[in-house]
Design a protein around this ligand. Structure first.
Ligand code: NAI
Length: 346
């Protein structure tokens, strides 16, 4: 033994794109960066901006460098970006998902200790198709007073989202995948999803397949959410059911999400830009922090991910330092300070 310290090769920092977003986006993004730093994980953030804030200067809400950065780094953390209602530019979020072909939107709906969820032990994962359906943007005014939106459903997209859901269930040790549809009314479009689901299910005999109509699913979620496991569904149903799910476990402030494609992944909370509380320093950053945990697992930083997971569980189980959406009085910074301290101890 020479007594020298063991040689450890320098750890490479991860190059990750950061899109802070608008509204509460920059506030929750900043909090998330601080919590990640507290784990010691090495990340070189490449910050790029999109949305209304850049539109005037750049002439577009989604400048090409945003797409290029995510393509180059293959991983991004994204804050919410607002979309005008009923007029104005197309959703930057939808455009980004389509441009990068981020076809699977994975949203774990899980209760946290101390938050009094509607049902103990709620643990649902919604796998939402992310590139088509009514979000394809195929809308037109046929004539004044008559508007048409086209619901686009393809066999290709149905196959890959169903495959993704079953493979996810297998990888995560889940038992059942339930397809949520409305094929009793939309016999061709939702019927196609159902037909594909049944075929894909046959290739995954270890996972139990189940089927439910979307309205019945909404009812089941509010009556007995803990009976649901993995859900696979179309874009619009997935969007609505994930906000419903968030409401069951403590609200939009805590539910994370990941947009996964074959070439890149973008991690973002389920919530939007929350203009009603933007700039007040009271937003709950937990949803984006939990999205960052999914990101850490994705890039293989299991230790850092586990530290934050443990800190979140311990914090919510034992501390009253909470933001207003969860009935507390803490500011975003106060909550983040407390969570960073918990991460340091985890
Ligand atoms: P929202 O999710 O922004 O807000 C709904 C309610 O939840 C508001 O009362 C808000 O204050 C509260 N809330 C949301 N996140 C919170 C947090 N982290 N902490 C504390 N309270 C929180 O939904 P809304 O108002 O319908 O949409 C606002 C904008 O966000 C719209 O322009 C919409 O298009 C956009 N949006 C963007 C998304 C994205 O970037 N992925 C997703 C959903 C909406």
């Amino acid at each position: 033994m020479c007594g020298c310290a063991e040689y450890r090769p320098p750890r490479m920092a991860h190059q990750i794109t950061l899109i802070p977003g608008d509204g509460i986006g920059p506030e929750v993004a900043n909090a998330t960066k601080r919590v990640l730093e507290a784990t010691g994980v090495q990340i070189d953030w490449e910050e790029v901006n999109a949305g209304a804030a850049v539109a005037e200067a750049r002439g577009t809400t989604l400048p090409p460098e945003v797409i290029e950065s995510v393509k180059r780094n293959k991983v991004a953390l994204k804050g919410p970006i607002g979309t005008p209602i009923g007029k104005g530019f197309k959703s930057v979020n939808v455009s980004l998902r389509q441009a990068l072909d981020l076809y699977a939107n994975v949203r774990p709906i899980k209760s946290l200790p101390g938050l009094e969820p509607r049902f103990e032990g709620t643990d649902i994962v919604i796998v939402r198709e992310n590139t088509e359906d009514l979000y394809a943007g195929l809308e037109l005014m046929i004539m004044p007073g008559i508007a048409q939106s086209i619901k686009l459903i393809t066999e290709t997209a149905c196959t890959r989202i169903c495959e993704y859901a079953f493979l996810y269930a297998e990888r995560m040790g889940r038992k059942r995948v339930t397809v949520v549809h409305k094929a009793n009314i939309m016999k061709l479009s939702d019927g196609l999803l159902l037909e594909v689901f049944r075929k894909v299910a046959q290739k995954h005999p270890k996972i139990e397949p189940a089927e439910i109509i979307v309205d019945a699913c909404a009812m089941q979620m509010v009556r007995s959410a803990n009976r649901l496991d993995v859900i696979v569904t179309e874009n619009l149903y997935g969007d609505i059911l994930s906000d419903l799910g968030a409401g069951l476990v403590g609200g939009l402030g805590i539910v994370p999400g990941a947009n996964i494609g074959t070439e890149a992944a973008v991690f973002e909370a389920v919530h939007g830009s929350a203009p009603d509380i933007a700039g007040k320093g009271v937003a709950n950053p937990t949803a984006l922090i939990q999205s960052a945990v999914m990101m850490l697992h994705h890039v293989g930083e299991t230790l850092a991910a586990t530290k934050i997971e443990k800190a979140i569980l311990e914090h919510f189980a034992s501390s009253a330092v909470r933001t207003a959406d969860l009935g507390g009085t803490a500011t975003t910074d106060q909550f983040t300070d407390a969570l960073c301290a918990a991460v340091a101890k985890a």
